[in-house]
Design a protein around this ligand. Structure first.
Ligand SMILES: [Zn+2]
Length: 188
């Protein structure tokens, strides 16, 4: 399952191949442009001031912390709500009538201003939707410790261990193969 908040959390990139390299993609304007485009957020990617950038990064740290605790079976704590609320309410919305994809009018919420503070409240909203409408125990981090990518496991028996695609699964298979092979060589 693709969600806005998981995409945002994974902007803190670590090389899944184990080189030890990491990069904060959120600091790159090209990444932010793609992120806004992917989620149809009509905001100027470059109109991000220092204070809002810092605020978004601290939201990311907070969400990582809460997501990992909820993935271990903890509930949202009152203190989490106190910390989340300012991000959720960082942008004002009004009721409006919006045409959906099939051309029908629907009641919806529109931001008074489409800026990065609105994006921030959309990220917080996406997170709260994820943990209240879906199963928080399905939030997982990739079993490849070098990767650390966060994902939502939609598999039937909740058995998925790797992040999107097959890259990490392949990396781990190769590593296990090499480890076994090295062991056998050692035994011989
Ligand atoms: Zn991974």
């Amino acid at each position: 399952m693709e969600t806005l908040v998981l995409d945002f959390l994974n902007s803190d990139w670590h090389d899944y191949r184990g080189s030890g390299r990491s990069e904060d993609y959120f600091l790159r304007v090209d990444w932010r442009k793609q992120f806004l485009a992917n989620w149809h957020l009509d905001v100027d990617a470059e109109a991000l001031d220092e204070a809002t950038l810092r605020s978004l990064i601290s939201l990311r740290t907070l969400l990582w912390d809460i997501a990992l605790r909820m993935a271990r079976g903890e509930q949202l704590a009152d203190e989490d709500i106190v910390q989340l609320r300012p991000f959720l309410q960082s942008s004002a919305v009004q009721r409006d009538l919006i045409k959906d994809e099939s051309g029908r009018w629907q009641l919806g919420l529109e931001p008074l201003k489409k800026d990065w503070l609105w994006v921030q409240s959309e990220i917080a909203t996406s997170f709260i939707e994820l943990v209240t409408r879906h199963d928080p125990l399905r939030i997982k981090t990739c079993a490849n410790g070098d990767c650390g990518w966060i994902f939502y496991d939609s598999s039937k028996n909740r058995s998925r261990r790797w992040c999107a695609g097959y890259a990490c699964g392949n990396v781990m298979t190769v590593r296990r193969y090499r480890a076994r092979h090295a062991q056998k060589v050692g035994e011989a």
